[in-house]
Ligand binder design. Sequence first.
Ligand SMILES: Cc1ncc(COP(=O)(O)O)c(C=O)c1O
Length: 509
Amino acid sequence: MCGTGSPFPIRRERAMQLPLSVRPEAGESLQAQIYRQLRQLILDGRLRPGQRIPGTRTLAEALRVSRNTVLLACDRLISEGYLETRPGASTVVSPRLPDAPPEGFAPRAEVRGPSTNPVSRAKVALDVQRERLSASHHPPPAIDFIVGRVDPHSFPLRAWRRHLLRALDDPRAGPSLYPDPAGYRPLREAIAAHLGATRGISTNADRIVITEGIQEAFNLAARLLVRERTPVAIENPCYRGLVSVLRSCGARLLPVPVDESGIEVERLPSGPVGLVCVTPSHQFPTGYTMTLERRLRLLDWAAARGAFIVEDDYDSDFRYDGPPLAALAGLDTREQVIYLGTFSKSLGAGLRIGYLALPRSLATHIVSVKSLLDAGRAPLEQAALSGFLTDGGFERHLRRIRIGYRRRRDCLLQALRDTFDTVEVSGQAGGMHIMWHLPQDFPPATTVEAAALRRGVGVYALGSGVTHSLAPDHYRRHSLVLGYAALSDDAIREGIARLGTLRFDRKVP
Ligand SMILES: Cc1ncc(COP(=O)(O)O)c(C=O)c1O
């Protein structure tokens, strides 16, 4: 230890390497150099209060100085209150550092006033803060119609445990090797087969990249295709997670309105556009399904400009009324659609497994971006998921939870009809949320949201939670988003009953 006493176990000391160095030729004694550098590490917070520091013998060996030199430096730090010895003779950084800066110590520039450094710590933290995704109110209300949350009891725990155990025996999923940055190959094969069978997309494992959910997929695509001022057309309203990523890459966002048939293709910008981002199956958050006619026009529009289309297919596993339309990527014959899928809605957002199905021209580039970012995600859970998909368990699971979610949707619609005279909603044919278009005599949606919150009910106006609206639109004033998948029938009925007791100064329509 610093000071005297028994040494640390050697392995532990080796694990902690301090960035210290001494120069005999410098015009300062070795002891002073060690003292000064250790003190700076403490003041910078790199050695934290209570943290043990390596023993004097280890430090002396590492620095090639006598043990006495280190001892004297440490003794000075102890006497000034930076270090203290503990029973058992270990030496730690003092839990309470001395108040007065010692002689000769100048505080760092950024502590005194605003930094001139463009990426100072404070500046970075503030920018990121603004874009951080937070889905719910804090604290969450008792009955929360929060969007996108799955039924917490629906996770197929028994099957998952079985597949995880099997995956532990799979050498391709083991921890000893760097994983394939594109993802565990059998999972990519299983996803390609699943997309062919359920979404009409003809693809293969070489064009699938596994991601940490769609959120990472947005990032990978943006990092490859978006530069400062790249024009990107997005639906208005839309998902905030997408807007934040695009903004963080410097994109020039071009909001395009949405109607009952999806994005209004005729109102897409006439100038150059690099990307257009859409949610055709269940427009987020209005819930409208893009008609076939619109899909074909959008594909033509993008082909004429050489633009890529990002298709966010976040919740198409749930379709209750009528057959699902083929995905946009399934209609794409010119390889211009980047398809994004996720298991966040079918299994749970905590898994963080999503994927991209890519045009051939982009697949290897996206894999390179992924390997730059994190060298690929850990394969164990991918292997478990792959087993779940290939043995048919996933399809059975989907059939089971679809029944429960449909029942909750029906319960919500019925509760609204029982409580209010006229009820207009959209998005009820699928997914896990609806949009409720408030009666004309209601106050603005944000007023209803605030009043509901006071009754312990969470409903979401645009701009609240993860919904976003970039330009004034009809929905922002008049519509609320209600997720239902995570609530019991009783909670749904109680929540809507509470909304029915809200009293506003209603306008005469
Ligand atoms: C429209 C939309 N896109 C993407 C996502 C992100 O999904 P993931 O959890 O896969 O990142 C969500 C999550 O709620 C969403 O609602």
